[in-house]
Design a protein around this ligand. Sequence first.
Ligand code: ZN
Length: 90
Amino acid sequence: MSPPKKKRRTGKNTLFARVMNSKSGDIRLCSICEEPIKPLYTDEGVIYWYSGNNAQPINDGRCCDQCNNTDVIPARIEMRGNFFKSPEEN
Ligand SMILES: [Zn+2]
C-alpha cells in the first residue's frame, strides 16, 4: 500500500510555482487563463493590489491584465454596442 502521490506542476508553470512559494498568501489565479495575477507593487516593493481586474462579462471572477486587454474589454465594448443597437437596425 503506497500513499497517493500528488502530481507536481513543472515546466511551463514555473511562475505558478514561484508565486506559490512566495511569502504572500494573497496571490490569485486569473479566472480566464489560470495564470497567477501579477500583484502591483509600490515604489518600495510592497504589494498594494493583487486582485487583478474584474472579469465580467466573461465570468464573475478576477483576471490578469493580459486577459483584461484581450478578452474582457473587447467583450464589454461588444455588449455596449449591442445594447445601443435596436433590433430593427442591421
Ligand atoms: Zn489571464
